[in-house]
Design a binder for this molecule. Structure first.
Ligand SMILES: C[S@@+](CC[C@H](N)C(=O)[O-])C[C@H]1O[C@@H](n2cnc3c(N)ncnc32)[C@H](O)[C@@H]1O
Length: 295
């Protein structure tokens, strides 16, 4: 795969984590995504299909195409989305976001979730997205902004692990703060930015009930541990730090004053009516290959 190293790995356990992550974050990130009935929608970097399942549940009248650069992710997605694929509501294709196998202006909307943080250069992907989008079509991007991670009371082991996690992602060619740059990236692509918002995912006094608090902390443990093998292999962390980080997260469950604040960024941008023409004239257009409907 042409992507840089992937911090989360493609293990079975990680694939299951993506499905749990999709379900956990749905109430935080999906309410702002509005897709008109009848829309042809593309998800770039669909992974194992976690977001496709949610998008089709929330917008039952759309059709979704998912592409991912990693065949192993799509193999899991084909099993996970068996019903949606049989119903003809979901189609999957192996492709890089840098070279989408679709004709110009094929889609009404494009979604990306946790993709751009993993690529060396997001602009070619956004340009491809713009190319395959119909005029007036929408792009929704949901991305990390890891610099905004905040925990109270201070948890030094968690802070150290978080730093190691983010440094590792940068070393792999990723961008753990890409969320802060979404509007600039969309503007540089020629898209019209409609809004950029935070999607706060917060543990504080308002999150009541042991089960909900444990669920919150479990999400964070899963996410942080998804990089543990790579971090250990590079001696960026040791087992003691991992244990202390897990303990620090666990202790937030029963700590009344605890706060864990994290806010991913979400962008909505619209393709300008004239941008297709301008792009072709600029010579930036990739040649279209096939139309929608692979696999
Ligand atoms: C963190 S996962 C997110 C998957 C899915 N969007 C979700 O939210 O569950 C990122 C996915 O992006 C894929 N990916 C990375 N670089 C890519 C690229 N250049 N083109 C297409 N997919 C890519 C990876 O294979 C991985 O499945």
């Amino acid at each position: 795969m042409e992507s840089p190293g992937y911090i989360h790995t493609f293990s079975d356990a990680e694939q299951e984590r993506l499905i749990r992550q999709g379900a956990f974050l749905e109430p935080y990130i999906h309410p702002v995504i509005d897709l008109a009935p009848g829309s042809e929608v593309l998800e770039i970097g669909c992974g194992v299909g976690a977001q496709i399942r949610i998008l089709l549940k929330r917008h039952p009248m759309i059709r979704l195409t998912g592409v991912d650069i990693a065949g192993v992710q799509l193999a899991r997605a084909r099993v996970f989305l068996d019903e949606e694929i049989k119903d003809g509501r979901a189609v999957l294709a192996e492709a890089s976001g840098n070279a989408l196998p679709f004709a110009d202006r094929s889609f009404d909307a494009i979604c990306m979730f946790w993709l751009l943080e993993h690529v060396r250069d997001p602009l070619p992907i956004l340009r491809e997205a713009d190319r395959v989008l119909r005029p007036d079509g929408l792009i929704y991007c949901t991305e990390v902004f890891n610099a905004g991670f905040h925990v109270q009371p201070p948890a030094p082991a968690l802070a150290r692990y978080w730093r190691a996690f983010n440094d590792y992602q940068v070393a792999l060619g990723g961008a753990p703060d890409i969320g802060a740059h979404l509007a600039d990236l969309a503007s540089a692509t020629g898209l019209s930015v409609e809004w950029l918002c935070d999607a706060p995912v917060i543990l504080d006094r308002r999150l009541t009930g042991q089960e909900a608090r444990i669920g919150f902390v479990t999400y964070w443990k899963d996410l942080l541990l998804s990089a543990a093998d790579g971090l250990l292999a590079q001696t960026r962390v040791d087992r003691t730090l991992i244990g202390d980080m897990v303990h620090a997260l666990d202790s937030l469950v029963d700590e009344d004053d605890a706060v864990l604040y994290y806010a991913p960024r979400q962008l909505r941008a619209r393709k300008r009516r004239e941008s297709g023409t301008a792009r072709v004239q600029d010579g930036l257009s990739h040649s279209a290959t096939t139309s929608r409907g692979i696999s």
